[in-house]
Design a binder for this molecule. Structure first.
Ligand SMILES: Cc1cc2nc3c(=O)[nH]c(=O)nc-3n(C[C@H](O)[C@H](O)[C@H](O)COP(=O)(O)O)c2cc1C
Length: 431
């Protein structure tokens, strides 16, 4: 199930929008994608970039992931949880589509990298995943937005204390890196997971769908064989200003010094598709949030019976979650709140609901808060907690973990109460 299989599925299902007019990667393409938010869009011609196509939106709905993984949307969380528990080492192949063409030289200005807004610092790679090797923990795979600086160099946004950052800080020399663009949906999902150190994200992807790897040409790394484009190079210890750029919260992220990546070799498929995504929009949100649902699910299941977890788009798909539990004791709601914060360190607000409500429906969740919750009894507030660097209302100090207050709302039926007083009356429309 590679990217092209998902494009075919989207075409057959009638989701795909195909545009054949030449379009400019400098603002035009991003503007067009915004107009089709939530739908996959394939640009068959890109002005000044003959031979290239551009794709966005292929991961912008839960339904598209469900199609790619062959399960109903409600089963996605369980499928991801199983793959996290049972990674399968990916096979290595000799010949790979992503190496059909080895470019004779390096010129990043020949790739249709999009500029999204006039106020962006420049053209940005938004759907690129970095593969690096940590000397202690092995391979790490993670998304990093990349600002093109010139023909050979990017400035990368590398969040502190995560896999790429840890490996980079351990290496006195340049750290070899491979940037993969045009990945399958499972590879995109695992690239935003943070499994325990030492667990290979590509083995999780391979457990979701066969994900063969190939050795890179110039760096000692392996990459998904059927991605569209690979940029091989080095994460150096030089830095350059990175930003401004829109982040997940749809607000402007600060300008920071980001490590510079130098590219030494470019390989790609014969008729390559450049994949992009809109910062802050649905695709970015789903890719960030969905992989956190199984980790919250696992943490809550350690303290009570959890039946579902939904990271909600209104909370930037990062800061808010709804946790559904089958309540079996008076403290389950509170225990679920505390466990949810352990399951996803950036989570800021969580609502716990019972199994009779649909956690995907914001109106039902609000109804539970209105009818089952009392603030002086069921509210958990935690001050000065480590939180997300993305929340503009948090306390951010350079080199330190961001701080935030956290809030949990236990909107489950109070233990020992008469249940019928809290249940929605079902209307019988038959007689
Ligand atoms: C679309 C998208 C863009 C992202 N951009 C960045 C980024 O620019 N820098 C970064 O450090 N993390 C970024 N992330 C988050 C990382 O992929 C995520 O934190 C990852 O789980 C880190 O993995 P690790 O803990 O194994 O290193 C992005 C995630 C998504 C889905």
């Amino acid at each position: 199930m590679n990217l092209r299989d998902s494009i075919l599925q989207a075409r057959i299902a009638g989701h795909l929008i195909e545009l054949d007019g030449p379009t400019d990667p400098n603002l035009d393409i991003a503007r067009a994608i915004y107009g089709f938010a939530g739908r996959p869009v394939l640009f068959d011609k890109v002005s000044a970039y003959p031979g290239w196509r551009v794709l966005a939106g292929i991961a912008s709905a839960r339904e598209y992931f469900a199609l790619a993984l062959g399960v109903p949307t409600t089963e996605l969380i369980h499928k991801l949880a199983r793959a996290l528990e049972h990674p399968v080492a990916p096979p290595l192949v000799g010949d790979a589509p992503c190496q059909e063409v080895v470019e004779p030289g390096v010129d990043l200005t020949r790739l249709p990298i999009l500029r999204h807004f006039p106020f962006d610092a420049g053209p940005y790679v938004t759907a690129g995943i970095l593969v690096v090797n940590d000397p202690d923990y092995g391979r790490n795979v993670s998304f990093h937005r990349l600002l093109r600086l010139d023909e050979r160099r990017f400035a990368a946004r590398v969040v502190e204390k995560r896999g790429t950052d840890t490996a980079w800080r351990k290496s006195a020399d340049d750290l070899p890196v491979a940037i993969c663009i045009g990945n399958s949906l499972p590879v995109l999902l695992v690239a935003s997971m943070s499994p325990p150190m030492g667990v290979d994200e590509l083995a999780i992807a391979n457990s979701l769908t066969p994900t063969p790897l190939v050795a890179c040409k110039t760096v000692p790394l392996h990459v998904p064989a059927d991605c569209e484009l690979v940029l091989e190079g080095r994460l150096t210890h030089a830095t350059a200003p990175e930003g401004p750029f829109v982040d997940l919260t749809e607000t402007m992220d600060f300008v920071r010094a980001g490590p510079v990546i130098e590219i030494d070799c470019i390989t790609h498929r014969r008729d390559p598709i450049y994949q992009a995504l809109l910062p802050g929009k649905l695709e970015h949100k789903l890719l960030m949030g969905m992989p956190k649902e199984p980790t919250i699910f696992a943490a809550v299941n350690q303290v009570c019976r959890c039946t579902n977890v939904v990271i909600t788009p209104g909370g930037a798909s990062w800061l808010h979650a709804v946790v559904q539990i089958e309540k079996r004791g008076p403290e389950d709601g509170r225990a679920a709140i505390e466990a949810a914060f352990r399951g996803h360190g950036s989570l800021k607000h969580v609502v716990v609901v019972d199994t009779d409500l649909n956690p995907y429906d914001p109106a039902e969740v609000e109804w539970a808060i209105a009818t089952r919750f009392q603030a002086d009894r069921d509210l958990v507030v935690l001050a000065d907690q480590p939180g997300s660097s993305l929340d503009p209302s948090g306390v951010h100090e350079s080199g330190k973990k961001s701080l935030t207050a956290k809030m949990g709302i236990d909107a489950t039926i109070p233990w020992g109460a008469e249940r019928t007083a809290f249940e929605k009356v079902q209307y019988n429309t038959r007689s």
